[in-house]
Write a new protein. Structure first.
Lengths: 151, 384, 249
C-alpha cells in the first residue's frame, strides 16, 4: 500500500510497497540485497551494485544528522494547508539519506546543520485515508510520542 | 570528423507573450536566424525542437512548429531534458552533423509557460523532484536550490549579500538587453524587501518563467565556411547526469553533472577554464550561478561567493558571466534557454553585443542545467 | 479461551451497578486493572473496587458526572497517571426518562441526551486522544437494541442510543489507522436494577419478543465486552453486536 506514503502520493505501485505498511506500524525500513548484502535507503527492489532483484527489508535506528534544510513558503498543490513547512535532508547512521519534515519536537530557531536528529514514523491524523510519513525529531523521540508537523 | 559551426542566430522577446502561440514565437526566432545566416529556408536539412511538452496544450509540438516554420517535409524531432531541453536540441543537431547525416540543421528552443492555469503550474511544481521519496513532502524547485544554498553557506560561509550580488549583476545587464523580460536595475534593498519563497530565498533569488524562443542554425565545417565569414564553432560539447534524487548525491554544494560536463567539454575543445572570456550559466536561482562558476572551474569550490562579491563576473572581471541578464533577468522559457544562451555567446564571439560586449571575447561557454542538476550541458564555443 | 487481557488498563463508566459493574468485574477477572466512575452509588462503587482488588488487580473509583467534559478529561488523566496507560474504554453510564413525545419535556430530552450521548462523546474523546498517541486501544460503547429499532415512549433514549452507534462507526473510521478498535454492543432487555422499574406487563411483552425466552444477565453482556476488548477481536471495528437473545431481528 505505497499510496499511504506521503501527504500527496504520485507512485502508488512499487516493488517496495511494504515500506509504507511497516511505517504505519512504526518501523522505518531500508532494503538489503539478499545476493550481495548491499543496503539502500530509500529502499530499492533492484540492487544498484549487483543488479539482483532479491531483497529484504531491515529496520533502521532512525538516527540521523542534518545535512541541509529549508522552510518552504510557496507550496505546490496538495500542501497549501500545511505551509509553511521545514524540509530537511539527513544522513542516516546506517548510510543513505532521507528527506523529511521537521516535527513538533523541534523549534525552528533550534535547527542547525550538523545537529543530531531522530527520524520518527508518523500517521496523518486528520486525513480520512491512511497517510503515513516520517518526521525529524529530537534524539530519543519515540514513535508513539510524536505527532504533527512543525510549522 | 567535421567541426560544427553556427551560421545563423535569432532571438525573440522573452516575457508574457499572450500575443502569440508557441509556433509563432518559434517563427520570430527562426526568421531572424535565416536572415542572419543569409540563406534560403530550403538549405536546411532538418530541425530539432527543444521544449518541455507538459507546458503546452499541443501534444507532440515539434510537428506544429515544423509546419508553421514551413520546413515540412524535412525531418524534425523534439528533445526533452527539463530546463536543458534547448541544449539537448543543440547536442543532437551537432551529433547529426558530426555523423554526416545532415549538413545544415536549425535548432529551435521554444516554450510557452503561460498556456497553463496557475493551478496546473502549481501541480507541476510539486513533481519537480524525485516523486517517490521526496515529492510527498511538498518539495519544490526553489526548495531544492534553497537547500543547496543553506549547505553552501554552512560549508563555505557564503552570505546572503553574495546571493543578492548575483541578482543585482544580472538585472544590471538585463536592463541593457532588448530581449529580456526584466529590463531594469534592482537594489539590494529592493531584493531584501521581496517575499520569502523558501529560506534563504526571496523572490529576487529566483528566475521568472517566461514565454519565448531562440534559434541557432548549425552547419558542417565546409558549409559553414561557404555561408559565413564569422562562424562560431561548437568545439567542446560536454553532457553529464547526476541522480534525480538529491538523496543519492554525495554532496549538495554543487552539481556533479556540471563538473563532469565541463571537464569533458574543456578537454574536447582543448581549453582551460581560464581561457573562457564570457559565459552564460544556468542561474535559475542566485546560488545556482555561484555553484556554476565553481563547477566550471572559474574559481575553487567555495570561492564563488567572494568572486561574485568582488565583481569578478562583471565585464572587465576574470570572466564575464550572464551579461545578457541570465535566466534571472532575461526570463526562463525552459525549452528556449539553452538555445538563447548559445545565441548570446555567439553574439559575443562575433563582437556584436553592443554595449554589453566583452572585450576580446574569443572563447565562450554555455552551461545549461536540467531539473535540479539531473542533466547538465556545457558547450565551449570559439571564433576563428 | 485466554483473552490476553492480563495487565491491561481499563475504564468503565457507570461501573458501580448493573451491566457496568459486571463489565468492570469481568475485565478484572480477565486480568485488567479497572477504574470505574459513578455518580450516586458510593457504597456500590467502593464494593466493586474492593472486589477488583481482591482479584489482585488495581481498582479505582472516581466520582464524576459523565455529562461533564472536564470530569472526563480529568478522569482519563488520573487513570493514565495511576495505571501508566489506558488500553480499554467502556462507555456504559446511561439513564432513561421515558414518555411519549407529546408529554416529553425539554428537560427530559436534554437530560437523557446529555448523560447518554454527550457523556459518550466526552469519554470517547478523552480516550481517543490517549489511544491515538499510543497507537492502540479498544473502545466499546454500550448502546441498546432500542437505538437500532426505536421504542415507544423513548425518543430521547433511543435517539441517544442510535447516536452512540453512529458515533462508534465514525470513530472507528477516524482511529483505524492508529490501531484502535471501536465497537458498540447493543443489549436487549437485561436483568438489572434499571429493569426493575419497568411494569411487569412490559417485561412479559419483551420476554415474548426473544427467541431464547429469557433476558440476558449483566455477566453475559460483560463476556462480549471482554472479547471485544481483547486481541482476539482485533479485526472487528465499527461493528454493532446485539446481545438480546434474538429479541430484535
Amino acid at each position: 500500500m505505497f499510496k499511504w506514503f506521503g501527504k500527496v502520493n504520485y507512485t502508488p505501485y512499487t516493488k517496495v510497497s511494504d515500506f509504507a505498511r511497516y511505517l504505519k506500524d512504526g518501523q522505518l525500513m531500508a532494503s538489503r540485497c539478499k545476493s550481495c548484502g548491499s543496503t539502500s535507503f530509500p529502499p530499492r527492489a533492484d540492487c544498484l551494485e549487483c543488479m539482483s532483484g532479491d531483497f529484504e527489508f531491515f529496520e533502521l535506528s532512525g538516527k540521523a544528522t542534518l545535512d541541509t534544510y529549508t522552510k518552504i513558503v510557496a507550496a505546490p498543490t496538495g500542501f497549501e494547508d500545511v505551509v509553511p513547512y521545514i524540509v530537511g535532508v539527513v544522513d542516516l547512521e546506517e548510510g543513505g539519506k532521507a528527506l523529511a519534515w521537521f516535527g513538533d519536537s523541534i523549534y525552528e530557531d533550534e535547527i542547525e546543520i550538523g545537529m543530531e536528529l531522530q527520524i520518527v514514523p508518523q500517521i496523518f491524523d486528520e486525513s480520512e485515508e491512511i497517510k503515513v510519513y516520517y518526521s525529524l525529531e529530537q534524539p530519543g523521540t519515540t514513535w508513539s510520542k510524536a505527532s504533527g508537523v512543525s510549522t | 570528423m567535421t567541426r560544427v559551426g553556427i551560421v545563423g542566430i535569432g532571438h525573440g522577446v522573452f516575457g508574457r507573450r499572450s500575443d502569440a502561440t508557441v509556433q509563432e514565437l518559434a517563427f520570430e526566432a527562426f526568421r531572424d536566424a535565416i536572415k542572419d545566416a543569409g540563406i534560403d529556408r530550403d538549405a536546411i536539412d532538418a530541425s530539432v525542437i527543444g521544449a518541455v511538452p507538459e507546458y503546452h496544450k499541443q501534444r507532440s509540438m515539434a510537428g506544429v512548429v515544423q509546419e508553421y516554420l514551413g520546413l515540412v517535409p524535412k525531418p524534425t524531432w523534439l528533445t526533452e531534458v527539463a530546463c536543458a531541453s534547448g541544449s539537448a536540441a543543440m547536442r543532437t543537431a551537432w551529433m547529426s552533423i558530426k555523423a554526416g547525416v545532415h549538413n545544415v540543421v536549425a535548432v529551435i528552443g521554444c516554450q510557452k509557460m503561460t498556456e497553463l492555469e496557475t493551478a496546473e503550474i502549481l501541480a507541476l511544481m510539486g513533481r519537480v523532484g524525485e516523486v517517490q521519496w521526496e515529492s510527498g513532502f511538498g518539495t519544490t524547485f526553489p526548495g531544492y536550490y534553497a537547500m543547496f544554498a543553506k549547505r553552501h553557506m554552512h560549508e563555505f560561509g557564503t552570505t546572503r549579500d553574495q546571493l543578492t550580488e548575483v541578482a543585482i549583476k544580472n538585472h544590471h545587464y538585463g536592463a541593457m538587453n532588448p530581449y529580456a523580460l526584466f529590463r531594469k536595475e534592482i537594489t539590494k534593498e529592493k531584493a531584501a524587501a521581496s517575499e520569502e519563497v523558501a529560506t534563504p530565498f526571496q523572490v529576487y533569488d529566483c528566475c521568472a518563467n517566461a514565454d519565448g524562443a531562440a534559434c541557432v542554425i548549425l552547419a558542417s565545417e565546409g558549409r559553414a565556411k561557404e555561408m559565413t565569414d564569422k562562424p562560431v564553432w561548437l568545439d567542446g560539447m560536454g553532457v553529464a547526469t547526476a541522480s534525480m534524487s538529491v538523496l543519492r548525491r554525495p554532496s549538495l554544494v554543487g552539481l556533479p553533472s556540471a563538473e563532469k560536463a565541463a571537464s569533458d567539454a574543456y578537454s574536447m575543445a582543448g581549453v582551460l577554464p581560464v581561457d573562457v572570456k564570457v559565459a552564460d550559466v544556468h542561474d535559475c536561482f542566485t546560488i545556482a550561478e555561484i555553484m556554476a562558476i565553481e563547477d566550471l572551474g572559474f574559481c575553487k569550490k567555495g570561492e564563488g561567493g567572494p568572486m561574485v562579491a568582488e565583481h569578478q563576473t562583471y565585464i572587465g572581471g576574470k570572466v564575464a558571466v550572464n551579461v545578457d541578464g541570465g535566466l534571472k533577468a532575461k526570463g526562463h522559457p525552459i525549452g528556449a534557454t539553452g538555445v538563447s544562451m548559445t545565441y548570446e555567446i555567439a553574439k559575443q564571439l562575433r563582437g556584436e553585443a553592443g554595449d554589453r560586449q566583452v572585450p576580446d571575447a574569443d572563447i565562450g561557454l554555455t552551461h545549461n542545467v536540467g531539473g535540479i542538476g539531473q542533466y547538465c550541458f556545457v558547450q565551449v564555443m570559439k571564433r576563428d | 479461551m485466554d483473552l490476553g487481557l492480563e495487565g491491561k488498563n481499563a475504564i468503565v463508566t457507570g461501573g458501580s451497578v448493573g451491566i457496568g459493574s459486571a463489565i468492570a468485574l469481568g475485565l478484572a477477572r480477565e486480568g485488567c486493572n479497572v477504574a470505574i466512575n459513578y455518580r450516586r452509588h458510593d457504597t456500590e462503587a467502593n464494593e466493586v473496587v474492593r472486589q477488583i482488588e481482591a482479584m489482585g488487580r488495581k481498582g479505582l473509583a472516581v466520582k464524576a458526572d459523565v455529562s461533564s467534559y472536564d470530569d472526563a478529561q480529568n478522569m482519563v488523566k488520573t487513570v493514565v497517571e495511576t495505571f501508566g496507560r489506558l488500553d480499554i474504554m467502556v462507555c456504559n453510564a446511561g439513564i432513561n426518562w421515558d414518555g411519549v413525545i407529546w408529554k416529553m419535556s425539554e428537560e427530559q430530552w436534554d437530560t437523557v441526551i446529555n448523560v447518554n450521548l454527550k457523556g459518550y462523546f466526552n469519554y470517547n474523546k478523552a480516550a481517543a486522544q490517549v489511544m491515538k498517541d499510543q497507537k492502540g486501544g479498544k473502545i466499546v460503547n454500550i448502546s441498546s437494541i432500542n437505538g437500532m429499532r426505536g421504542k415507544f415512549a423513548q425518543v430521547n433514549y433511543s435517539a441517544s442510543k442510535g447516536g452512540e452507534i453512529a458515533m462508534s462507526k465514525s470513530l472507528a473510521r477516524e482511529l483505524g489507522k492508529f490501531n484502535v478498535n471501536v465497537n458498540a454492543v447493543a443489549p436487549g432487555m437485561v436483568m438489572t436494577e434499571m429493569a426493575e422499574s419497568i411494569p411487569p406487563e412490559f417485561l412479559t411483552k419483551a420476554m415474548d419478543e426473544t427467541a431464547l425466552g429469557r433476558f440476558a444477565t449483566p455477566e453475559e453482556c460483560a463476556d462480549i465486552v471482554a472479547f471485544l476488548c481483547s486481541d482476539r477481536a482485533r479485526h472487528i471495528t465499527g461493528e454493532v453486536i446485539k446481545i438480546d437473545g434474538g429479541q430484535y431481528m
